[in-house]
Design a protein around this ligand. Structure first.
Ligand SMILES: NC(=O)c1ccc[n+]([C@@H]2O[C@H](COP(=O)([O-])OP(=O)(O)OC[C@H]3O[C@@H](n4cnc5c(N)ncnc54)[C@H](OP(=O)(O)O)[C@@H]3O)[C@@H](O)[C@H]2O)c1
Length: 240
């Protein structure tokens, strides 16, 4: 089924990477909406979801394990995917591909990543940002700790698919109480994003919100806190 298919109401959601910080917030947001939740996380991380015991179904396994994903996404109206670049095992692209292959035909698919991902190549980055990404990418590759290029591969596969997808690009993150749903822009260099900071709980809320916002299908919103200085300064201008 293609991106133009009629919207499917959300009743059951799979969260791929549910035990992480972002994942746990997304679990809570989905339960708050009264949705049935299925989580996938590594075997050793299942206990991180203990506080949700009896309220969610957990499928232990690596998120790029195709058999685990195939089972977890069955019957789900939405799939929230934490794309993590850890290790050198095609973790992000394997995860994304499994979701693209096995999610229900008309399910809403929402993937997380950072600002370094660009959909159309039109994002303009500061020198400091580019140096940081290059440094982290090199050190990650050298130590075999992380493979940033595989996260790029993962999102490229999503961008090329005809699924009902959204790729949410997070700014720098911090912990704390919710400040409200983040604002977003198509491009990282938009001044509304200059503050480059979002509460993780609100990043999660935006991911969950995207499941029911069909205006975000086929978009890669770059987000920032709605309470940040740049959002406050530029929102009125954009609204006008
Ligand atoms: N951190 C930031 O500043 C930042 C900024 C912008 C965007 N983002 C994006 O936000 C999303 C969540 O990032 P986060 O930093 O908030 O982290 P997080 O939610 O804690 O998520 C990390 C995920 O990676 C898994 N993981 C950790 N170590 C692993 C390993 N060695 N092998 C396999 N899986 C492993 C975790 O599972 P376990 O529970 O099993 O450990 C968890 O599912 C990512 O898509 C990231 O690109 C992050």
């Amino acid at each position: 089924m293609s991106a133009s298919s009629p919207a499917r109401p959300i009743r059951k959601v799979a969260i791929i990477g549910a035990s992480g910080k972002l994942g746990q917030y997304m679990v809570q947001h989905c339960l708050d909406r009264g949705w049935e939740v299925v989580g996938v996380c590594r075997e050793e991380s299942v206990s991180k979801l203990d506080r949700f015991a009896g309220r969610i179904t957990v499928h232990p396994g690596m998120t790029n394990d195709r058999a685990v994903i195939r089972e977890a996404v069955k019957g789900c109206d939405g799939v929230l995917v934490v794309l993590a670049p850890w290790g050198v095992q095609q973790y992000s692209s394997g995860t994304a591909q499994a979701v693209l292959d096995f999610a229900e035909p008309d399910a809403r698919l929402v993937f997380s990543c950072g600002w370094h991902i660009t959909m159309d190549g039109e994002d303009r980055y500061s020198l400091a940002f580019r140096l940081f990404v290059s440094f982290f990418g090199f050190i990650g590759w050298l130590t075999r700790f992380a493979e940033l290029s595989d996260q790029v591969e993962a999102t490229n596969r999503v961008f090329a698919s005809d699924r009902r997808w959204t790729v949410v690009r997070g700014s720098d993150l911090e912990e704390g109480e919710s400040e409200g749903l983040p604002v977003w822009s198509h491009h990282v260099h938009d001044p509304i994003l200059a503050s480059n900071l979002t509460r993780r709980i609100d990043f999660a809320a935006f991911m969950v919100h995207a499941l029911t916002d069909d205006g975000l299908i086929g978009e890669a919103p770059a987000i920032v806190s709605c309470q940040s200085a740049s959002a406050r300064a530029y929102r009125p201008r954009l609204a006008g």
